[in-house]
Write a protein that binds this ligand. Structure first.
Ligand SMILES: [Zn+2]
Length: 243
């Protein structure tokens, strides 16, 4: 039996018995951790908020025989105001679902953790529009999961594509392609401004991508790209407004 303290955020929960809850946590140093919080659904529980989605805190875990249970939690942030805006709440759930799809047990996810916490903070405490926030998240997510899209050279022939394009996006090959290599219907046309937006967003780091003009953030394209690479559809995104 060991006791460990882990900074982590709740990605998902499943209620268990009358008062317990099984939570899936994302820890920067350990990736996914599944842990039981006993009694957290009793109205007078100290851990009432620690088992909610988005709860960020220092989780003290008791671990034995491959099972973890939460003994105490020092909450850092609950992102509570997200709950008052349905669209932004749905965005937040979508981010949690993506993080869950990427996280494996005992595999560090420092970049993903920071990206998630930064993006949730902006979603909750700023009035920045949700589409570029999510598009920026998806770009940096793809970079930290090892499939950053290539945006300067054609993914087929390797030629540099002129600034004014034209560009197509080839999700299967992971980047832009030129006019000469454009053959399949699955390649999607991209405006030069959209390519520029993505380059800027990747260059400026996860904390400042929103400084680029946001109208060009290609959220649906990046959503399809990331979900195709992850090999699964994230259903919560279907609840977001079409535009
Ligand atoms: Zn080409």
């Amino acid at each position: 039996m060991i006791q460990t303290e882990n900074t982590a955020i709740v990605l998902r929960f499943v209620n268990y018995r009358d008062n317990d809850r099984m939570v899936t946590l994302l820890s920067p140093s350990r990736g996914r951790i599944d842990a039981m919080i006993r009694g957290c659904r009793k109205p007078n529980s100290h851990n009432l908020n620690a088992g909610e989605l988005f709860a960020l805190g220092d989780y003290m875990l008791h671990e034995a025989d491959g099972r973890a249970s939460v003994t105490s939690v020092k909450l850092i942030e609950t992102f509570y105001p997200l709950r008052s805006d349905y669209t932004r709440l749905t965005c937040g759930v979508y981010l949690l679902n993506l993080a869950e799809a990427a996280a494996e047990p005992e595999q560090e996810q420092r970049e993903l953790f920071m990206l998630l916490v930064h993006t949730l903070s902006r979603l909750t405490f700023s009035d920045q529009p949700w589409k570029p926030l999510l598009a920026g998240f998806l770009l940096h997510f793809s970079a930290c999961q090892g499939f950053r899209p290539r945006l300067n050279h054609c993914v087929h022939c390797g030629k540099a594509i002129p600034e004014e394009g034209p560009f197509w996006f080839d999700a299967a090959e992971g980047g832009v392609c030129c006019r000469d290599c454009r053959k399949e219907k699955s390649q999607i046309p991209l405006a030069p401004e959209q390519v520029r937006w993505m380059r800027e967003a990747l260059k400026s780091g996860s904390a400042s991508w929103v400084d680029s003009p946001s109208a060009y953030a290609p959220f649906p394209l990046l959503r399809d790209y990331v979900e195709q690479r992850m090999g699964r559809r994230i259903k919560s995104a279907a609840m977001l407004p079409a535009d």
